[in-house]
Design a protein around this ligand. Structure first.
Ligand code: TMP
Length: 219
């Protein structure tokens, strides 16, 4: 049976992830794979309700972090784990790295505390490793460029309305996670033409599939 694949997509608001996630979903479907296209916070009816709260209501930073992980717990149990068990491809628009970047980097929330919550939520019974994406595609670009893109976009939510300095901290948070998990992170230069970004995205996925094949052959 084909093993499931878990790919997450990260970056500051305005990094331009969405079209590439759709593109990858098409690519996998064309190969006959089942694709679970999902997002965080969100992905289940309850998690979507929590999303509406965290994106629009003012709250204490600990409440915000806890709600992100509460939404994630539901999402993992209801959607991600079952999809991976079926052998599907899970394409997740943001996952735990976003919590480290936004709540850790952006809000300055205690990093070890976030790691404790990560252990709690991503631990799986009988497994030594935490549930983590096989590949995390980080769309990286300067916050000033992302801010220009956002100005032309929709009405901003609580995070999108933050100043550029906040997104500098978020970007630092992503950089810290990328340094911590270099094997699963692919840092993409999102400050270039869409076609060039797509090429980098495709290359990251092909590298993952090639690595999977080598592992499959040697195990
Ligand atoms: P989106 O607009 O890309 O769907 O993401 C929703 C917003 O929520 C985005 O501004 C990033 C933020 N966020 C966090 O602050 N912490 C998290 O753990 C996640 C998943 C998202």
């Amino acid at each position: 049976m084909t093993r499931g694949l878990f790919i997450s997509f990260e970056g500051i608001d305005g990094a331009g992830k969405s079209t590439h996630i759709e593109g990858l979903a098409e690519l996998f479907r064309a190969q006959g794979r089942q694709v679970a296209l999902t997002r965080e916070p969100g992905g289940t009816p309850l998690s979507e309700k929590l999303r509406a709260l965290v994106l629009h209501d003012a709250m204490d930073p600990l409440t915000e972090a806890l709600l992100m992980f509460a939404a994630r717990q539901e999402h993992i149990v209801q959607v991600i784990v079952p999809a991976l068990a079926r052998g599907d491809v899970v394409l997740c628009d943001r996952f735990t790295d976003a919590t480290f970047a936004y709540q850790g980097g952006g809000r300055g929330f205690d990093w070890p505390m976030l790691e404790t919550l990560e252990q709690l939520v991503q631990h799986r019974t009988g497994q030594t490793h935490l549930l983590q994406p096989d590949l995390t595609i980080w769309f990286d670009l300067p916050p000033s460029v992302a801010a220009e893109r956002l100005v032309q976009a929709r009405v901003p939510d609580k995070f999108e309305a933050q100043p550029v300095a906040f997104f500098e901290q978020v970007r630092n948070g992503y950089a810290r996670r990328c340094a911590q998990y270099p094997a699963r992170f692919a840092q993409i230069n999102a400050n270039q033409a869409r076609e060039a970004v797509w090429l980098e995205v495709e290359t990251a996925v092909l590298n993952l599939l090639a690595a999977r094949q080598v592992q499959g052959l040697s195990s």
